[in-house]
Design a protein around this ligand. Structure first.
Ligand code: ATP
Ligand code: MG
Length: 570
C-alpha cells in the first residue's frame, strides 16, 4: 500500500514538471501560431488504414493528434487512409470508429482518402503535364534493381523520358483498365541519385483490379500512400500532420508533391512510436496471430488491440493514462508493460465492485453450524468508494474456499486455514479446521471446521486475534462459472527481436478454470463489468461467450502491484 502512495506522489510531481515545458510538437505548433503560418488555426487528423483493428500504439497517436488539437482550441478529424482495397474491409472501418468512441475520442469529422480519388487523379495528370511524372513499364523486380541502394545511386528507367503526350495517354489507359495488375506504374520524376531512397522516382499509382469497399469497381488504379497522404491533408486543411517516426524519411516527398502542385501545404511532424515489452504493435503481426489461429480473434483478451483490452476489462481511462505517460518524444523507446498494469490496477481499484469468487474450490463443512440455517452477512462493495454501499452475502454450514488457502502441513508463515489453526472468514466468523477428509487416492475432498458464534463480523469479544482472513462462498448459493486466466501473450520481453515471432509466444497465456464459483449476486452481472474478486484480482464478464445467467469471467489483471519492481529496474 505504501508503495502505491509513493507512486501517486511521484506521478503528480512529474505532471507538474511536464506542464511547465511544452513538448516539441506543441512548441512547434505554438511557434506556427505565433508566426501566423496557419492563421492561428490548428487542425490535426488521425489517419489509420482500415486493414485491422486499432492497437494501443494507435491510441498513442490518437492521444497526440487529439491532445494537440484540443490544447490549441483546434479540431482533429478521423481520416481513413483507404488506398489498399485488397487489405481493407468495412468491418475494420466500423471497428476503428467504435474503438475511438469507446476510448472517448470524438472526431470532428470522418473523412476517407477514397473520397479524393478524383482529385488525386487530376493532380497526377497535372504533374504528368508538367513533365514531373511518367508511366514506367519496368517490372517490380527491375524497378528494385534500378533503384540502387543506400550506398549506390539508382539508374534512370528507360521509360523515364517518355513524352508528356505518351504518358497522358498511358495513364488514361491505366485508369481505363487496359493493362493487367503490376504491368505499369505512374512514377514521380524526381532524382534517381537522391540520398533519400523515397525520392528516387517513387511510385504514385499502381494497377489493382480490385473492388474497393467504398468506390466499388470505379477504379483499377490506386494511389500509393505518399501520393495520397499529403494531398489528403492538404484538401482537408490539416495544419499539423502528426505521424510516427518512420515517416520522417517520407517528409521530403510529402513536401515535394505539395510544392509541385502549389497547393495548401500542411506541416508534417514526427514523434516516436510506442513500443511495449512483451508486446508486438503492428497490424501485420496481429493479423497473422488471428489468421493462424494463435488467438481467438482481434478481440482475444490477450491482444494489445483496443477490442482485446476492452474485452479483457481494461478501462479506457487506464489506457489513456498510460499513453499520456509514455509522452511525446523524438526518439523511440520501449515502455514497460508493468506500467500499463499499474494504471489498470489504479483505475480498477477505484471503480471495481468487490465480490467473493473461488477459483479452485474445496468444500468446508462447519460442523457446529445449524444445518439448513442461512444468515445474510453485510459485505462492503468498494472500500475506495463509500457510495457503492453494501450487499448481503449468504452464510451456511457448507462453504467453499480456495484450495490454496489451506495447507495440511502449514509453512511456518502460513496464517490461513490449517489443521487446528483458526482463520477469519471475510465478513463472517472465525473458523478452526478440525478434520481433513480424503478419498482413496489420498486427495483432500473436504475440510471439517467449527465456527465461533461469538465472532460474527470478524472480531472476537475476548480480543483474541487471528492473522489470516480468507474469502469464501456458501456452497448452496454459489454460482458455477468459467474463469479464463490470462498471462502475457509473449513470454519474450522483446518479441520483435525474433525472426519468427511465434517462437516468442507464451504457451501458457490462457488457462481455463471450468469449476470456479462466485457469489449468487453475479447471476445478473452485466457483460463488460469488471469486479474485484477479493484477494484474487480483477475479472471482467466476457462480452462474447457469456450467456444469460451463466457469465464467463476474463481475468483482467492480478492484484499484485509490480510498480516497485519497475522502479527498481529503472
Ligand atoms: P501497423 O504497422 O500496426 O499497421 P501502421 O502505422 O501501418 O501500423 P496505420 O493504420 O497506418 O498503421 O497507422 C495510423 C497512425 O497510427 C499512423 O499515423 C501511425 O503513425 C500511428 N501509429 C501506428 N502504430 C503506432 C505506434 N506503435 N506508436 C505510435 N503511433 C503509431
Ligand atoms: Mg501504415
Amino acid at each position: 500500500m505504501d508503495s502505491s502512495v509513493d507512486v501517486k506522489n511521484g506521478v503528480r510531481e512529474r505532471d507538474e514538471e511536464a506542464a511547465e515545458s511544452l513538448d516539441f510538437i506543441r512548441s512547434a505548433v505554438a511557434e506556427d501560431n505565433a508566426s501566423g503560418r496557419f492563421g492561428g488555426r490548428v487542425q490535426t487528423r488521425f489517419p489509420p488504414e482500415p486493414n485491422g483493428y486499432l492497437h494501443i500504439g494507435h491510441v498513442k497517436a490518437i492521444a497526440i493528434d487529439f491532445g494537440v488539437a484540443e490544447d490549441f482550441g483546434g479540431i482533429c478529424n478521423l481520416r481513413f487512409d483507404d488506398t489498399n482495397p485488397e487489405k481493407e474491409e468495412q468491418e475494420y472501418v466500423d471497428g476503428q470508429i467504435a474503438d475511438m468512441k469507446w476510448l472517448g475520442f470524438e472526431p470532428a469529422n470522418i473523412y476517407y482518402a477514397s473520397d479524393y480519388f478524383d482529385q488525386l487523379y487530376e493532380w497526377a495528370v497535372e504533374l504528368i503535364s508538367q513533365g514531373k511524372a511518367y508511366v514506367d513499364d519496368l517490372s517490380a523486380e527491375e524497378m528494385r534493381e534500378y533503384r540502387g541502394t543506400l550506398t549506390e545511386p539508382g539508374r534512370n528507367s528507360p521509360y523515364r523520358d517518355r513524352s508528356v503526350e505518351e504518358n497522358l495517354d498511358l495513364f488514361a489507359r491505366m485508369k481505363a483498365g487496359e493493362f493487367p495488375d503490376g504491368s505499369r506504374v505512374l512514377r514521380a520524376k524526381i532524382d534517381m541519385s537522391s540520398g533519400n531512397l523515397n525520392l528516387r522516382d517513387p511510385a504514385m499509382y499502381r494497377i489493382r483490379h480490385a473492388e474497393h469497399q467504398r468506390t466499388g469497381n470505379k477504379w483499377c488504379i490506386y494511389p500509393m500512400y505518399d501520393w495520397a497522404h499529403g494531398q489528403s491533408d492538404s484538401i482537408e486543411g490539416v495544419t499539423h500532420s502528426l505521424c510516427s517516426l518512420e515517416y520522417e524519411d517520407h517528409r521530403p516527398l510529402y513536401d515535394w508533391y505539395l510544392e509541385q502542385l502549389g497547393v495548401y501545404h500542411p506541416r508534417q511532424i514526427e514523434f516516436a512510436r510506442l513500443f511495449i515489452t512483451h508486446t508486438l504493435l503492428s497490424k501485420r503481426v496481429l493479423i497473422r496471430l488471428v489468421n493462424d489461429g494463435l488467438v481467438s480473434g482481434w478481440d482475444d483478451p490477450r491482444m494489445p488491440t483496443v477490442v482485446g483490452m476492452r474485452r479483457r476489462g481494461v478501462p479506457a481511462a487506464a489506457i489513456r493514462e498510460f499513453v499520456d505517460r509514455a509522452g511525446v518524444s523524438k526518439t523511440n523507446s520501449t515502455a514497460d508493460i508493468a506500467l500499463l498494469d499499474f494504471y489498470i490496477r489504479q483505475e480498477l481499484n477505484r471503480t471495481a465492485p468487490r465480490v467473493m469468487g473461488v477459483l479452485d474450490p474445496i468444500k468446508v463443512v462447519i460442523t457446529n453450524y445449524p444445518a439448513g440455517q442461512v444468515e445474510w452477512l453485510e459485505a462492503i462493495n468498494n472500500p475506495e468508494d463509500e457510495s457503492a454501499g453494501t450487499r448481503q452475502v449468504p452464510f451456511s454450514d457448507e462453504l467453499f474456499i480456495d484450495r490454496d488457502d489451506f495447507q495440511e502441513v502449514p509453512h511456518r508463515k502460513f496464517f490461513r486455514l490449517a489443521p487446528g489453526q483458526e482463520v477469519r472468514l471475510r465478513y463472517g466468523y472465525f473458523i478452526t479446521c478440525t478434520d481433513v477428509v480424503k478419498n482413496e487416492s489420498g486427495e483432500i475432498v473436504e475440510l471439517h471446521c467449527t465456527y465461533d458464534p461469538e465472532t460474527k463480523g470478524g472480531y472476537a469479544p475476548d480480543g483474541r486475534r487471528v492473522k489470516g482472513t480468507i474469502h469464501w462462498l456458501s456452497a448452496a448459493h454459489a454460482l458455477d462459472v468459467e474463469v479464463r486466466m490470462y498471462d502475457r501473450l509473449f513470454a519474450a520481453e522483446d518479441p520483435g527481436s525474433y525472426d519468427d515471432f511465434s517462437q516468442a509466444l507464451n504457451p501458457n497465456s490462457l488457462e481455463i478454470l471450468p469449476a470456479a464459483k462466485v457469489e449468487p449476486s453475479l447471476t445478473s452481472a452485466e457483460q463488460g463489468t469488471v469486479y474485484q474478486f477479493e484477494r484474487k484480482g480483477y475479472f471482467c464478464v466476457d462480452s462474447k461467450d457469456s450467456r444469460p445467467g451463466a457469465p464467463i469471467f476474463n481475468q483482467t489483471i492480478g492484484l499484485r502491484d509490480s510498480w516497485a519492481k519497475i522502479q527498481g529496474k529503472g
